[in-house]
Ligand binder design. Structure first.
Ligand code: AMP
Length: 464
């Protein structure tokens, strides 16, 4: 199938050609005709599937073929609203609008917090056709009456699950109440919780459903390996892997903002070009960090899950989990950053004894164990006992993983009860044979080693 079959206008096809896209991705194949037909769409698709073009292209086409309802006073109305969870995603979606709409007189702007309000007001006064916004700042503009949402024809909720995770549900409902009832609504979400379904049934009209391959199917194409290492020696191991060339350009994940900063600084002291990106940084700092990384001025970009969500970085050779995420699904999101579009990718996890329950939950979600490789000189000390994971140094111990929280397969990821079928849940095993990595299980990570989980303090669940 080619893009020509959608009946898109020549200028949009030229834009697609300039991007060198030859065939539509699955989510584009399914979604574009539905949007062109004016349907509401509920789409299960994650970042990396090409979902942005799947809604931007047909929306631009529709803006072209239908005429917006102008204001009585002649002002140009905002015709399309895209809600996105983070400013990075908002910026990227807006950039896509500009890229695909380059050959037509479409005006767009991104509205997000953490930057000056007045400049956004000026841009809104210029009469954008498309506004891409994070919910909080959008409501600030509503409150100040600097935006008029009464002429919206198309609403897109992008990464709806993440918006809900970030606590935006009330903001989203408030925004929805301000929009015309007669509109087209597209909802994109990686997962479908009951909350997402409730949102869809309240605000979408007879939606067509689109589901493309889950990221954890794609994730199987990524070479995954776990390097067991002592808690205190992770940074040293990471530096070694970078200096030896085993890791080239990599997106490195930490659990906390503080951890991201500290790691970037420590790597810098090791002579490695590293930069950090997270929610506490100013917008300017975040954009610069991303630019430095994309242009190869930094080899390592250290990020937290929320900051990395939606970042558009192509063909990343390596993703490194400096710390495993507390929620197994985030691992799948993280490693989905590599191995895109058929390119090879490695996902490397540095795992200390404290994180074994997290790894077990990830393996349950993947449905298979992850290969393990012990690096010479970094064999874990068998005397080290697991400690509860803390989110911040000033915080009470953090509980692990998905206990009690339904995962994608609808199971409860609750510790030992839900093991990978056919394998004992208790021991740290070497990964499957036949991978490109050698397996030298040793120390406390040896097959059959006692399960430290039993000794880890049980705790209640919350999300980082
Ligand atoms: P998204 O899921 O929208 O974040 O897109 C992920 C990446 O896929 C972006 O870098 C897009 O430029 C790229 N992309 C989108 N559509 C296609 C396509 N049809 N062929 C190749 N790459 C694409």
């Amino acid at each position: 199938m080619s893009f020509h079959q959608f009946g898109l206008s020549p200028d949009l096809l030229r834009a697609v050609e300039r991007q060198a896209y030859t065939v539509p991705t699955p989510v584009q194949r399914e979604t574009i005709p539905l949007v062109l037909a004016g349907r509401d769409v509920l789409a299960g698709a994650q970042t990396g599937t090409g979902k942005t073009a799947a809604f931007v292209l047909p929306i631009l086409q529709r803006l072209h073929t239908t005429r917006g309802v102008g204001h009585p006073d002649g002002r140009r109305p905002i015709r399309v609203l895209v809600l996105a969870p983070t400013r990075e995603l908002a910026l990227q979606v807006e950039e896509s609008v500009r890229v695909y709409g380059a050959d037509r007189p479409i005006r767009s702007t991104a509205i997000y917090g953490g930057v000056g309000f007045d400049q956004q007001v000026r841009r809104l006064r210029q009469g954008p056709d498309v506004v891409v916004a994070t919910p909080g700042r959008l409501l600030d503009h509503v409150g100040q009456r600097t935006i008029d949402l009464s002429r919206i024809e198309v609403l897109v909720l992008d990464e709806a699950d993440r918006m809900l995770d970030m606590g935006f549900i009330r903001d989203i409902r408030r925004i929805l109440a301000l929009l015309p009832v007669e509109r087209q609504t597209l909802l994109f979400s990686a997962t479908f919780s009951n909350e997402i379904r409730a949102l869809a049934s309240d605000f979408l009209r007879d939606p067509a459903q689109v589901q493309v391959a889950r990221r954890n199917t794609a994730a199987e194409l990524v070479r995954q390996v776990v390097f067991p290492v002592d808690r205190e020696r992770k940074r040293e191991l990471l530096s070694r892997l970078i200096r030896s060339g085993r890791i080239e350009q990599a997106l490195v994940f930490t659990r906390t903002k503080h951890g991201a900063n500290r790691l970037a600084e420590q790597l810098g002291r090791d002579g490695i070009r590293a930069t950090a990106i997270h929610g506490n940084k100013s917008q300017g700092q975040r954009v610069k960090a991303l630019e430095d990384f994309k242009r190869g001025r930094a080899d390592i970009l250290v990020a937290t899950d929320i900051a990395a969500r939606g970042l558009d970085i192509d063909a990343l050779p390596h993703v490194v989990n400096f710390e495993l995420p507390m929620v197994a699904e985030d691992y799948v999101h993280r490693i989905g950053r590599t191995g895109r579009a058929g390119s090879d990718g490695d996902a490397i996890s540095l795992v200390c004894v404290d994180e074994r329950p997290l790894l077990a939950a990830i393996e349950r979600l993947l449905g298979h164990p992850v290969a393990t490789e012990v690096i010479d000189g970094f064999e874990p000390d068998p005397r080290v006992r697991p400690e509860p994971i803390r989110r911040r140094s000033d915080q009470r111990p953090m509980q692990h993983a998905n206990a009690g929280r339904p995962n994608q397969a609808g199971r409860t990821g609750n510790g030992a009860r839900a093991g990978v079928p056919g394998r004992p849940d208790a021991a740290w095993r070497p990964g499957p044979a036949g991978r490109s990595y050698g397996h030298r299980p040793s120390g406390p990570f040896r097959a059959g080693a006692p399960d430290h989980r039993q000794r880890t303090a049980p705790a209640r669940v919350s999300r980082p």
